[in-house]
Design a protein around this ligand. Structure first.
Ligand code: MN
Length: 318
């Protein structure tokens, strides 16, 4: 039986780095599948997009999952590529569930390009992506791509009976007023607040945004600076302003007594470490020449800085 779990953050097509990380943790290829005699991997989603070896990453991951050597949750990039490639039903005013805007097309460009000569294989991966769990609740820890919201999870389980998105729910999932949309937005993209007074800010990537990403582990925050969680700083005058009561009520709080939670998604930088004693983000921006990070989990209640491991991504992965 498995004696522990190795959680791995966003891969984004860094397939060679993934193999290096697996080997560093004592996994080896047997019968074509990476495995460990005593441990199992949990992938935090976002296998696809951006990087140079997306097909390789997809094959390594799916083979491990199929062989019982890994579990995985869906990332927002798997969801995006599926809806980008799925035709809209008659009656919708757009040809595909996810509009083929310049920005959306740019995001999936490398994935489509690298699978261009393997259309059958690509369709099989799309079917597999749809079927991935959206969240996993283990005995000693929890896993979701961006944010654990127990209230929404309970409602999802009550409505749909399991932790998956089914193909017949895809069309409804792009309707921004539906519960499925709000649920996926929370699980796969996390929590955010609107900037006050209808303000907008221009992020480092050039995008203009009216929302900023927020922490969901801050107890009784008072100011915007207490909850902002993104690489781009807030405008000076907003940063130190007080949150309104309505804003504070919108925020979510994952308390310190909850099971350890692992997330990806947030493009962290620097040395991997817990955010708080029971939450770790393992997305350390591998595809931006950061680190592909993992955490070697056993049964601890409090995450240990010494149990993170990683591979630095060199320019050669390109
Ligand atoms: Mn990601």
């Amino acid at each position: 039986m498995h004696q522990g779990y190795d959680l791995i953050g966003d891969i984004h097509g860094c397939g060679e780095t993934l193999i290096e990380l697996l080997e560093q943790m004592g996994y080896s290829k047997r019968g074509g599948v990476y495995q460990h005699p005593k441990r199992k991997v949990v992938f935090l989603g976002d296998i696809v997009d951006r990087g140079p070896h997306i097909r390789l990453a997809c094959h390594v991951v799916r083979d491990m999952v199929d062989g019982g050597h890994a579990d995985i949750v869906m990332g927002n990039h798997e969801y995006n590529v599926v809806t980008y490639c799925t035709e809209a039903p008659p009656g919708m005013r757009q040809p595909f569930l996810r509009p083929h805007t310049k920005r959306n097309s740019f995001i999936v460009e490398q994935t489509l390009e690298q699978f261009a000569n393997y259309p059958h294989e690509f369709n099989e991966f799309l079917d597999w992506f749809v079927d991935l769990p959206l969240f996993l609740d283990y005995e000693h820890f929890r896993v979701v791509h961006a944010c654990w919201d127990q209230g929404m999870i309970d409602e999802y389980l009550m409505r749909y009976g399991d932790n998956k998105l089914h193909r017949n729910m895809l069309a409804e999932s792009v309707n921004t007023r539906s519960f499925i949309y709000k649920f996926l937005d929370r699980m796969l993209r996390g929590t955010s607040l609107k900037l006050p007074d209808g303000r907008a800010m221009t992020a480092k990537d050039g995008m203009v945004r009216q929302f900023f990403r927020t922490k969901f582990w801050e107890d009784e925050p008072e100011r915007y600076s207490d909850v902002v969680f993104q690489p781009d700083p807030l405008p000076d005058d907003i940063e130190h302003a007080l949150l309104s009561r309505e804003e504070r009520e919108q925020l979510l709080f994952y308390g310190p007594q909850e099971k350890p939670l692992f997330i990806g998604h947030y493009w962290m930088q620097g040395l991997p470490a817990p955010i708080v004693p029971n939450i770790a983000c393992l997305d350390y921006s591998a595809v931006k020449y950061g680190r592909l990070a993992a955490y070697r989990m056993d049964t601890e209640r409090s995450l240990q800085p010494g149990k993170f491991t990683w591979v630095r991504v060199e320019k050669s992965e390109r």
